[in-house]
Structure formats: structure tokens, C-alpha cells
Design a protein around this ligand. Structure first.
Ligand code: CP
Ligand code: NVA
Length: 324
């Protein structure tokens, strides 16, 4: 096959796709499918870069003529807007690709979609159901792939959460964190974060709703499962929760509601954490279920900073991945 050699000088940080050997590319290409794709020091550098970009947006690198593809099989407010705004502020563009409007929704294989889209765009962020689908896309992609949430992990949210903790309380290394509720995608990314950022994680889930046992075992030096929320939060520096039924589990809402009744994070539970403990929630939240309205609407809450930080941290992530 004849591959035309391009003659122009590509902008810094970009790869001319027409001359790229997919085998070589796949060996060197970095994706962000879970936090484990980056080292702890790389993740910390990303969080610090996000803080720097927040303080001075003019520091952002220039990615003119770069395009981010956003393949979203599930709803999103924060993740989508954060990526689109970040890409705009980096001088590039993004294309939102929902199931309803693309051939992916009509059964075009994920491998073919990866091959085609990655010849056109410079980075792809995917929000989907099975994590394996994301991995499969990345295997066939010539460009970096970001997990914008799968059923198993939500690594982008962890960048924002760690940034928020750092801004309000200093480094999270050596601190203790309680996860209350479902052992879901967020919980599993917290497990990875405990290892990457070096904090202690206590997880309180109702029986039957624990995170993946292998993942817990692989991180048992930093992660402990308990059933009682009060045991989990005793003296911790950060308490985190999430919805009881994630996207795709809406039909289990009623059943889950009864299992999770004692797993509400409220003022009484927070009183058992350290005096300066923070509360975080990735949002969207259900007031009166996993979190009390008073806690979420308190003047002292950091959840709105946490949401804002999605944009700064995803901008730092895009800078890093687009600079490969
Ligand atoms: N926290 C989060 O990922 O929010 P969205 O579902 O609105 O993107
Ligand atoms: N666990 C939630 C997180 C939403 C941001 C879900 O997957 O729906």
C-alpha cells in the first residue's frame, strides 16, 4: 500500500495520521481508560496542572485544528460540557456523537468505528456501558481514548475530586476517605485512586453491592470493606457517595432503595468524620436518598467546586494526551 508522505510541518503535538503505522502507534499510544493507565506521579502532575490552568487559563497549550470526538451512549451534563469547553479553550473543536445519530446506534462494529473515527479526529472520549467496549475501541484506535464513564470506572471524576481535596485541604496522600453506598464505577475508581494517590479508603456497602472482589484484593493494603457506614466514616478526612442506581440500572431503583436505606450521607453521619472532613458527590444527586438536602445545599459544600474542576482537570488531561 502506498502511503503518501505529508510535506507540511504538523503543529506541535500532532501526529500526521496519513503516515502513521498503526502497529507502532498502538505500542506507544497512551489512553486513559482507568487511573492505572498513568503512574501516581503523572496523575498528581495532571491535578497540579489543572490547578495551574484554573488559576491562569492563558497557560493552556494551543491545539488549533485538533478535534475531540465524544461518543456518548449515556446521558451527561458535566463530563460532556467539561470536554467541549476545555477543547474550545484549547483552541480546538469537538464533535458530539450520540447513539441516536451515528451508525454505532445501528450496530456498526465498535472496531470499525474506531478505525474510521481515529483517522479523522485527534482524541476520542467515550461514555458507555461495558468497559470492554471501551477497551476494544482503544485497541483499534490510532488516537488516544478517554473513559468518560463506563459501568466499571469513572477516572475523569477522580481527577476533579483529588484536585478539589488538594485545593481545600492540601495533599490527599496519607489521608483517609470513606465511600458510602454502591460499589459502582465511582467506588471502583476510588479504589484505583487510593493506590495511585496513596490514601486509605474504607468502603461501606450493603451486602451484595460490593465493588469487584479482585480489585479490592489487589489493593488491600489501602482499601478495607466494612458494612456499617458509621465505622467507615469514623474520623475520616473525606466522605464520598453516589446514586444508588447508576445509569442502566434505573429498573432496579425501587429494589435498591430498600437495600440502601441506611446508606444515606447526612449531617449526623458527617458529624462522625473528622471535624474538617469534606463531603463530595460526583453529581447528579438525589436529595433525600444517598445525600441529605441540607448537606448538599450547605454554604460550606465543595461539590460545586468539584463539578467545576471537571473542566480544568479534563483540560489538563487533553493537553497531556494531545501532546503525545
Ligand atoms: N459526574 C458526572 O460524570 O456527571 P455527568 O453525568 O453529568 O457527566
Ligand atoms: N454511578 C453514576 C455516576 C454518574 C456520573 C452512574 O454511572 O450513573
Amino acid at each position: 500500500m502506498f502511503l503518501a508522505q505529508t510535506e507540511f510541518d504538523p503543529p506541535a503535538g500532532s501526529r500526521p495520521k496519513s503516515v502513521m503505522n498503526p502497529e507502532i502507534a498502538s505500542m506507544s499510544l497512551r489512553h486513559f481508560l482507568t487511573l492505572n493507565d498513568f503512574s501516581g506521579s503523572e496523575l498528581l502532575a495532571l491535578v497540579q496542572r489543572a490547578i495551574a490552568l484554573k488559576q491562569n487559563p492563558a497557560l493552556a497549550a494551543d491545539f488549533q485544528r485538533h478535534t475531540l470526538g465524544l461518543i456518548f451512549d449515556k446521558a451527561s451534563t458535566r463530563t460532556r460540557v467539561a470536554f467541549e469547553v476545555a477543547m474550545t479553550q484549547l483552541g480546538g473543536a469537538s464533535i458530539f456523537l450520540s447513539k441516536a445519530d451515528t451508525q454505532l446506534g445501528r450496530g456498526e462494529p465498535i472496531e470499525d468505528s474506531a478505525r474510521v473515527l481515529s483517522r479523522m479526529v485527534d482524541c476520542v472520549a467515550i461514555r458507555t456501558f461495558e468497559h470492554a467496549r471501551l477497551v476494544r475501541f482503544a485497541e483499534y484506535s490510532r488516537v488516544p481514548v478517554i473513559n468518560a464513564l463506563s459501568d466499571s470506572f469513572h477516572p475523569c471524576q477522580l481527577l476533579a475530586d483529588v484536585q478539589t481535596f488538594l485545593e481545600h485541604r492540601g495533599p490527599i496522600a496519607g489521608k483517609s476517605v470513606a465511600w458510602i453506598g454502591d460499589g459502582n464505577n465511582m467506588c471502583q475508581s476510588y479504589i484505583n485512586a487510593a493506590a495511585a494517590f496513596d490514601f486509605e479508603l474504607r468502603i461501606a456497602c450493603p451486602p451484595g453491592f460490593e465493588p469487584d472482589a479482585d480489585l479490592v484484593n489487589a489493593n488491600k493494603s489501602r482499601v478495607r470493606l466494612v458494612q456499617d457506614p458509621a465505622t467507615a466514616v469514623a474520623g475520616v478526612d473525606l466522605v464520598v457517595t453516589d446514586v444508588w442506581a447508576s445509569m442502566g440500572q434505573e429498573h432496579e431503583q425501587a429494589l435498591r432503595g430498600s437495600s440502601f436505606l441506611n446508606y444515606s450521607v447526612n449531617e449526623e453521619l458527617m458529624a462522625q468524620a473528622a471535624p474538617e472532613a469534606l463531603f463530595m458527590h460526583c453529581l447528579p444527586a438525589h436529595r433525600g436518598e444517598e445525600v441529605s438536602a441540607g448537606l448538599l445545599d450547605a454554604d460550606t459544600t465543595v461539590v460545586w467546586d468539584e463539578a467545576e474542576n471537571r473542566m480544568h482537570s479534563q483540560k489538563a488531561l487533553l493537553e497531556m494526551l494531545l501532546s503525545q
